[in-house]
Design a binder for this molecule. Sequence first.
Ligand code: NAP
Ligand code: MG
Length: 399
Amino acid sequence: MSGKITMTTPLVEMDGDEMTRIIWQKIKEILINPHIDLKTEYYDLGLKKRDETDDKITVQAAEATKKYGVAVKCATITPNAQRVEEYKLKQMWRSPNGTIRAILDGTVFRAPIVVAPLKPSVRTWKKPITIARHAYGDVYRATEFNVKKPGRVELVYTPDEGDVVRELIHDFRKPGVVMGMHNLDASIASFARACFNYALSTRQSLWFSTKDTILKKYDGRFKEIFEEIFSADYKSKFGESGIEYFYTLIDDAVARVIRSDGGFIWACKNYDGDVMSDMVATAFGSLAMMTSVLVSPDGYFEYEAAHGTVTRHYYKHLEGEITSTNGMATIFAWTGALRKRGELDKIKALVDFADRLEAASIKTIESGVMTKDLYGLAEMSDKRAVNTEEFLKEIAARI
Ligand code: NAP
Ligand code: MG
């Protein structure tokens, strides 16, 4: 007996790039391995390996997530022309997150890690607000054009069978602009299920908002699908968990979010989620403190940090400089995954460890020890900036 916590099912471990790859190793070494007999199925999604395997490794990692149910992912480089040159790549491989999302068909939930010295811009916010963003369709797949000369613009639907439907958009007498966009019932339904499952798994109430008073059919369909799925499959489970689901108009939601003390999930359509997640993240303080989890409608979970590979710090590290990079969001990716694994496998010690590691991380910052990115923001007099590794060791001492 090692005295360490044992695991039954492996976590799918997706390693990544640059500064976060270095932090990844250190988190395991300093915070996890001393306490857990860590069992993972390792996939190296570092850019070099993706190139060597013609990106098959990314697909394999996503398939493994379907097999085991829970993955933890390090930030990865999404190659651009400069990276193709830097890494001498065979081709400009697609975004790993995009590839994984396409295979798991998920919704992304983003939530800030709340610590006392970082005061949210909204002073009533006490608990994190999680944004759930639908990631398909609407304005991101729209067709648009400029109308320059007088003429009628119509929406035309030509069914495979049956009569053509025409609706006048506008009879333009003067120049203007026009747009057509769509969504799919199946995508809306999988978004709804991901939101309901995530609300249950985190025991937080779910808010959903659209503009259905204006877009009675379009946004009305979103509202309807959420309502149907909730009534059929989730209503009683929500009741048992003591959480609620409600729909409200987006104007009302915005007002209520600002007045709230946080601690709920706000489901948003694609554009609303894009805009609102940046607002919420900024109002809570720092990108280095944002967690992110992809939840599939089939109940697979993939945890990661919301930030990237922190390239600027990595180049300094390569020059031998000691960096002060914040490992919080990456630590919380690990604790999220370990907790979920513990819950699914009914290993209480694993769930408890995740709780203790999160508490120790928060306590470290609250006792005034933090990386440079937070040092400038933290409202406290007795504070000290530490480097990447010192920060992890300070946390280790508080577990
Ligand atoms: P980034 O890695 O998030 O970093 C942007 C800046 O934010 C950093 O230069 C740093 O500011 C600050 N920052 C972010 N995380 C931090 C942390 N943990 N501790 C301290 N400061 C932190 O974004 P990027 O530089 O735009 O992208 C770098 C690479 O990451 C790109 O190749 C991109 O493709 C990839 N990326 C991956 C993911 C993902 O895998 N999910 C997401 C986004 C980007 P200062 O330099 O001012 O200290
Ligand atoms: Mg955006």
